[in-house]
Design a protein around this ligand. Structure first.
Ligand code: FAD
Length: 421
C-alpha cells in the first residue's frame, strides 16, 4: 500500500472501532479523511456471535457499578458521553430498532446480530469512511505531530494526525483480538493492567456437580480470597460436564481468573439466593405445621422448585438425610441443611480461558486516558475505545455499551481536535 496522508486512522473495526469511525465522520469537517483498518478479512465476528447470535446491544439500566477495572468516575464520564438512550436512538436512526426484553436486555427487533453489523457498515460507507480489511497494524510510532503505522513486514506505511486504537482485548482471539493492540499501546508508553479472561465458564473436578450436567437453577455465588469476601453475583447457574456455566458463573469468573496465585480462593453458592437463614427457618416451621409427614427432599423440590436431581446430589454431598419427614427432622439437622443451602462451597479449579471468554479483564490503564475525550495522557493525538481498555462489564449488554460509548467519545474527540487545530 502506498504512503497516504490520512487524518484519522481507526485501528480495529469491531464495535468500538466502527462507532469511533462513524462518530469521527459525523463530527469532523466534511473533507476529513478517515481510514478504518482491521486485520481480519471478515470483520464484526463478535457482533455476529454475541448474545447467541442475537446481539445484546445494551441494557435498560447501565451504571458504573456494572463494570470492574478502571476508576468508576472515569467509567461514569464515558457512559454519560454516549448513554444507552443515545445508543437506542442511534440504532433506530440507522434502521435497527431495538426491543427490550423482561431481563432488561435490548436486542435488535430482528433478533440477529447480522442486522446490527450490516447497518453499521452501511453507515460507515454512507459517511465516506475508507474501510480496509486484512490490514494488520504491527507498529505505531509518533514523530513530531505525525503518527506512522506499519504492517509486520513493512509492506505498508500509513501516516496519520490522529489514531484511535480499538483492537479489543484477548478474548476469542480467533475473531482477531489477539492482543497486538495491547503490545502497541505498551510500546507507546502505556502501562497494561494485568489481563485475565472474564465472562468465562468455571472449571471443576468435582464429579458430583459435573454429573448434574444440564441442570440449571438460580444461585448467588460469593468469591472469597484469603478468607475475605471480595464479590458476589446472582443469576442462573448451569451445571456442565466441565464445571459451571450460566450468567452467574460467567459474572464471577473475572475474580477467579484475577485472583493472586499466592492466595487461596473459595467460591460459595447460595442455592436459594432470595432467602436468608431467618426466612428459610420461618418457611420450614410453617411447613412442619401444614405438612408434617412431607419428606425433607420433597419439601425442597416442592416448596422452592429446586430440581430433584440437584436435591439428591446436594443431600448426598452434604451427608444430610432427605428421607426423614419434616416433623421428625432434628433442629440441628435443619440448621445444617439451611446453612449448607445458603453457603455451599463449590470446588472450582479455575476458568475456561480466553478461547471461551466473552471479555478481557485488564488492559490499557484507564488512569492514563482522559475520560473527557479518551485521549492518551501520554501520547497526544492517540485515542482508545472498547475492550482494549481496563474495563469489563457484567453479562447483559454492558460490554457493547462500553464499546459504543468509549468508541463514540474517542472518534468524536479525535475529529473535534482536528477541527480545532
Ligand atoms: C461469544 C461472545 C458473546 C458476546 N456477547 C455479548 C453480548 O451479547 N452483549 C455484550 O454487551 N457484549 C457481548 N460480548 C462482548 C463484546 O462482544 C465485546 O466486549 C465487544 O465486541 C468489544 O468490542 P471492541 O471493538 O472493543 O473489540 P473487538 O470486537 O474484539 O474488535 C477488535 C477488532 O480489532 C481488530 N484488530 C486487532 N488487532 C489488530 C491489529 N493489530 N490491526 C488491525 N486490526 C486489529 C480485530 O480483528 C477486531 O476486529 C460477547 C463476546 C463474545 C466473545
Amino acid at each position: 500500500m502506498a504512503r497516504k496522508k490520512t487524518l484519522i486512522v481507526v485501528v480495529g473495526a469491531g464495535a468500538a472501532g466502527l462507532m469511533a469511525a462513524i462518530a469521527a465522520a459525523r463530527q469532523g469537517p466534511s473533507k476529513i479523511k478517515i481510514l478504518l483498518l482491521d486485520s481480519r478479512q471478515k470483520i464484526g465476528a463478535k457482533i455476529l456471535m454475541s448474545g447467541g447470535s442475537r446481539c445484546n446491544v445494551t441494557h435498560v439500566r447501565v451504571t458504573p457499578q456494572d463494570y470492574e477495572g478502571g476508576p468508576r468516575h472515569a467509567v461514569k464520564h464515558v457512559l454519560e458521553a454516549f448513554t444507552p438512550t443515545q445508543t437506542i436512538e442511534f440504532f433506530e436512526a440507522i434502521g435497527v430498532p431495538l426491543v427490550l426484553e423482561p431481563t432488561g436486555k435490548y436486542f435488535p427487533a430482528t433478533h440477529s446480530g447480522k442486522t446490527v453489523l450490516e447497518a453499521l457498515l452501511a453507515e460507515v460507507e454512507r459517511l465516506g469512511v475508507m474501510l480496509k480489511t486484512g490490514i494488520s497494524v504491527a507498529e505505531i510510532k509518533k514523530t513530531g505531530d505525525v503518527f506512522c503505522l506499519k504492517g509486520s513486514d513493512n509492506h505498508f506505511e500509513i501516516a496519520a494526525k490522529r489514531v484511535v486504537l480499538a483492537t479489543g482485548g484477548l478474548s476469542y482471539p480467533q475473531t482477531g483480538s489477539d492482543g497486538a493492540g495491547l503490545d502497541i499501546a505498551k510500546t507507546l508508553g502505556h502501562s497494561i493492567v494485568r489481563t485475565t479472561p472474564a465472562l468465562t465458564p468455571l472449571t471443576s473436578t468435582d464429579e458430583d456437580w459435573r454429573s448434574l450436567s444440564g441442570v440449571a437453577l438460580d444461585a448467588r455465588l460469593s468469591f472469597f480470597e484469603s478468607g475475605k469476601k471480595r464479590a458476589d453475583r446472582a443469576g442462573a447457574l448451569l451445571f456442565t460436564h466441565f464445571g459451571f456455566s450460566g450468567p452467574v458463573a460467567l459474572d464471577i469468573s473475572r475474580f477467579v481468573s484475577g485472583a493472586d496465585p499466592k492466595n487461596q480462593f473459595e467460591i460459595q453458592a447460595s442455592f436459594l439466593p432470595s432467602e436468608t437463614e431467618e426466612s428459610l427457618k420461618k418457611t420450614w416451621m410453617r411447613a412442619i405445621v401444614r405438612y408434617p409427614a412431607r419428606l425433607v427432599r420433597n419439601f425442597l423440590t416442592d416448596e422452592f422448585s429446586l430440581p430433584a436431581r440437584f436435591v439428591s446430589t446436594f443431600l448426598r454431598k452434604t451427608a444430610l438425610d432427605g428421607s426423614v419427614t419434616l416433623k421428625r427432622y432434628s433442629t440441628v439437622s435443619r440448621g445444617c441443611l439451611i446453612h449448607a443451602l445458603l453457603n455451599c462451597p463449590l470446588a472450582v479449579t479455575g476458568v475456561m480461558g480466553y478461547q471461551k471468554s466473552e471479555v478481557t479483564s485488564g488492559g490499557v490503564n484507564l488512569k492514563e486516558v482522559k475520560a473527557a475525550t479518551m485521549e492518551s495522557k501520554i501520547v497526544s493525538g492517540l485515542y482508545f475505545g472498547g475492550e482494549i481498555l481496563d474495563v469489563d462489564g457484567r453479562i447483559g449488554g454492558f460490554n457493547f455499551q462500553w464499546a459504543w460509548s468509549s468508541g463514540t467519545l474517542a472518534g468524536r474527540s479525535a475529529a473535534e481536535s482536528i477541527r480545532r487545530a
